[in-house]
Write a protein that binds this ligand. Structure first.
Ligand SMILES: *Cc1c(COP(=O)(O)O)cnc(C)c1O
Length: 492
């Protein structure tokens, strides 16, 4: 072989390495922190990590976009296949189309409605998408059922184990437990405030008897539960020894899976050739942020309308540009009794043109002063897309009654707030879809008061009130919780 040939072969060899390497890095979407101080990582790490190490939230380095043609081609897909298509650009390098298709078919096959997320017309240009046909009757199942299976797949493949720890005031805990009970490579510990959640909510968690599920009833409030979970994550030694992980609403994977039903609804009403709007009852800003991402991905969304109860930090912000924390006030829509909408940080990052330093500064301010304000340009950007409405409990019940009389559709208190927000803010010439986030049977009292109808639990849950429960009551002490997790993890 001549020296010349060797050089050619060597050059070809280099070239293939470069092509291979660059196509691989090009293919794999990276995630960055909204506070700019954590390393950028791939989907697998984002899935398992939850929060970034600098306290920020992970967002994709750039949002994948679909062309009109690509979106049009999605019209004929089943819900599960649509989910796989929407998720694929986000999970490259971790889960391929085959993995996603498998996970999503498994996740949605047990939903109680064949359409998975049925869409109903209620008024001229107003629609309701029922997102409560999963196992725990709230919209959180739609993401959690997929995310639990993703955990299982990734952990098994890497021969890893994790311990999921979380606090709940109701719906998140049951959705997480229901999704994780089938996962072999993890244990899940959910803390709820003892005697401070509804019986239906408690039983949805405590009647799931599985060797990897641990329900802790803490002698304290929801805030105490959350504060203990935070302390566990902040304890580096404990964190590392038990490989702690979280599936709360700041986990990017949950946002990603929620994008799917925005596409589903919009496609059914004529997207990408027709604009639509959405109205969403909002607490942590997770659900509605998924709508924002759907828009960034090419879905023609005109308005995103948010509804809140008297914990109205978001509607106040939209009016004033000031995010001002107040005391949490209990309401008949308890899943939105929130004064810190964690996922809003992701929107802030976008409207501040991804200035992580500025986001960090505002978040520090919020932590220490309980408020921050954004510059007028940023507020204008937010107001050009979002609008909001606050409802008192009285107004919420009136809305439930009104919608029932008008259409026969029974809304739960959360969904009724979304509906009221749509009626107030939706442009009349564009179809608006209200996301119904819970089955009315989860909140029977206010629904009964408003309509005279006692909403029935679906068949699969009709024996919920007589099933065997399992939970451990523990004192409001960090050490007791640590000891419990330590000994339980050893047994499994
Ligand atoms: C969690 C929840 C919400 C709020 O969703 P976010 O993503 O926190 O905005 C609204 N309604 C119900 C029934 C919920 O469980």
């Amino acid at each position: 072989m001549k020296i010349f040939d060797v050089v050619i072969i060597y050059k070809l060899y280099l070239y293939t390495i470069i092509v291979k390497y660059s196509s691989k890095t090009e293919m794999k979407l990276k995630y960055i922190s909204t506070r700019g101080q954590a390393p950028s990582i791939g989907f697998e790490e984002v899935l398992l990590a939850g929060l970034a190490s600098d306290g920020g939230l992970y967002v994709p380095e750039s949002y994948p976009e679909f062309s009109k043609e690509q979106i049009r081609a999605m019209r004929s897909l089943s819900y599960a296949d649509l989910a796989a298509q929407i998720m694929a650009p986000f999970t490259q390098g971790c889960l391929d189309m085959q993995d996603l298709t498998e996970v999503s078919h498994q996740a949605y096959k047990n939903f109680s409605h064949t359409a998975v997320a049925p869409l109903k017309q209620v008024n001229d240009n107003l629609w309701v998408m029922e997102l409560y046909h999963g196992p725990t009757l709230a919209f959180k199942d739609y993401a959690m059922q997929v995310v639990g299976r993703m955990f299982d797949k990734v952990l098994k493949r890497n021969n890893k184990r994790v311990t999921i720890v979380g606090a709940t005031s109701g719906d998140t805990g049951s959705a997480a437990i229901e999704a994780c009970k089938v996962c072999e490579n993890l244990n899940i510990f959910i803390l709820h405030p003892y005697k401070r959640i509804s019986e239906v909510q408690r039983r949805q968690m405590t009647t799931t008897i599985s060797p990897n599920v641990f329900n802790i009833a803490l002698e304290g409030t929801f805030d105490d539960c959350q504060s203990i979970v935070k302390s566990l994550f902040a304890d580096d030694v404990f964190h590392a020894r038990h490989q702690l992980s979280a599936v709360n609403s700041i986990n990017w994977a949950r946002i990603m899976v929620q994008i799917v039903y925005y596409f589903r609804a919009a496609l059914a009403l004529g997207a990408p050739d027709r604009e639509v709007s959405f109205a969403v009852p909002t607490g942590n800003f997770g659900n509605i942020f998924a709508g924002y991402v759907a828009k960034r991905m090419g879905l023609p969304i005109k308005q995103l309308i948010l509804g809140s109860n008297e914990n109205d930090i978001l509607p106040r912000f939209l009016e004033t540009g000031v995010m001002q924390k107040r005391q949490v006030k209990p309401s008949i829509s308890p899943s939105m009794d929130i004064q810190v909408s964690s996922n809003f940080e992701r929107l802030l990052f976008e409207v501040l043109d991804r200035n992580a330093q500025e986001v960090s500064r505002l978040m520090e301010n919020f932590k220490y002063e309980e408020n921050y304000s954004v510059p007028p340009e940023a507020l204008n950007k937010i107001n050009s897309l979002f609008s909001g409405l606050r409802c008192t409990d009285r107004e919420t019940k009136d809305e439930i009654e009104k919608v029932y009389k008008m259409s026969g559709e029974i809304l739960d208190p959360h969904s009724a707030i979304g509906f009221a927000a749509a009626e107030k803010h939706a442009r009349k010439d564009i179809p608006c879809i209200v996301l119904a986030t819970a089955d009315p049977a989860k909140f029977p009292q206010p629904v009964h008061q408003a309509t005279g109808v006692v909403p029935k639990l679906p068949e699969e849950l009709s024996d919920l009130m007589t099933r065997r429960e399992s939970f451990t009551v523990l004192p409001n002490k960090l050490e007791s919780i640590k000891y419990f997790i330590e000994t339980s993890n050893r047994k499994v």
